[in-house]
Design a protein around this ligand. Sequence first.
Ligand code: KG4
Ligand code: ZN
Length: 353
Amino acid sequence: MMLILGIETSCDETAAAVLEDGCRIRSNVIASQVAIHAPYGGIVPELASRRQVEAICPVVQEALAQAGVGFQDLSAIAVTAGPGLVGSLLVGVSLAKALAYALQLPLVAVNHLEGHIHAVFLEHPELEPPFVALVASGGHTHLYAVEDFLRYRLLGRTRDDAAGEAFDKVAKLLGLGYPGGPTIEKVAQGGDPKAVHFPRAFLGDSSFDFSFSGLKTAVLHYVRKQGKSGKLDVGSQGSDPQTQPFTPQFLADICASFQQAIVEMLVKTTVRAAVRIGAIRIVLAGGVACNQALRRSIEEQAQEEGIEVFFPSPFLCTDNAAMIAAAGWRRILSGERASLDLNASADLPLSSG
Ligand code: KG4
Ligand code: ZN
C-alpha cells in the first residue's frame, strides 16, 4: 500500500490530504481563508502567506488523524511547487522538504495546474489520456492537450483575466462579494441569459486563446448606462445586501447574461480545440468547473461532436491537496524525485508548447 501525503498552499487555501494507492482518498482537509479576504473583494497575498504559516501544521496533523495514520506510515510526500503566490507556495514547499528530510521519504514536486487535471482520475480511474483539458480557475485559464499522464501540450490560454477572475471582478462590481463564481451562478438562476447580449471574444480560427477583460468592461459599462450606478467603482467593497443598488431582477439578468457569455467562450473554444486535434474526450478542471451551466453546455456541445466530457465533483474542482497527491503518485511511479533544494516558482510552466 502506498500512502502519499499531499500538501497544497499555492494561494489562499491551506490543504493536506492522504491518498492511498493513487485513487483512494483517506483524508482531504482544507482550511479556507475566504473570510479573511472577503472584505477586500480578492486575495491579499501578504495576508494569505501569513495565514498559511499559521494553518499548515494543524492542517497536516488533521489530515493524518482523519486518515488514521501517523508520519511513520507515509510512503512519499507530494507538494505544489507552483504556479501561485510565492509567499504561500513557500510555506508548503518548506514543510514538505522538512518532513521528507526528517522522515527520509521521497519528495515530489507537482504543478498546481497538473493537480487540477489529475483531480479527474480520483473519480474516474478508468480514464486515460489522450484528452483535451480545460483548467479554469481564479488564477488560470489554460487549455492543454494531455498526451500522456504526465505530458501536456499547451493549446491556448487567457491573454488577460482568468475565467474565475472575471467572475470575481464582475461580482465585485455588482456588490456581490467574494468569491464571485458561486454567487453569480446562484443569482443567475433567476435571470434571463438572453436579457443582455454581452460581447464574446473569439481570437481567430487558428487560436485557442481566451480573453475575458472586454466582457468584464462591457458589464461595467452596461450597468453604468442603465443609470443604476452609485456603487460601481471597481474598488468599492459593496458586498452588503442592504446597500445593494440593483433590483433583484436586474441583478439576476446581468448575472445570467454574463455567465452565458463566459460559458459560451469557454465551451466553443474547448470543443473546437478537441475537434481540431481529433480528441474524443474533454476534461474540465479548476474552480470554474463547479459551474453547472458550464457543465451542461459543454456536455451538450461535445456530445454533438461525439466527444465525452469528464469532470471532478465540485469539491475536487476547487483547490485541494488530494489532487496534488494524485499527480504526485504518478510522478513517484515514474521514478521522479525532487531534491531538498526544491524551490517554489510563482510562474512554473506546465509545458513549453
Ligand atoms: O481552482 P480554484 O479553487 O482556485 C484557483 O486555483 O484559483 O478556483 C477558484 C475560482 C474563483 O475565481 C471562483 O470564483 C471560481 O473558481 N468558482 C466558480 C464557481 N465556483 C468557484 N466560478 C463559476 N461558477 C462557480 N460555481
Ligand atoms: Zn487552483
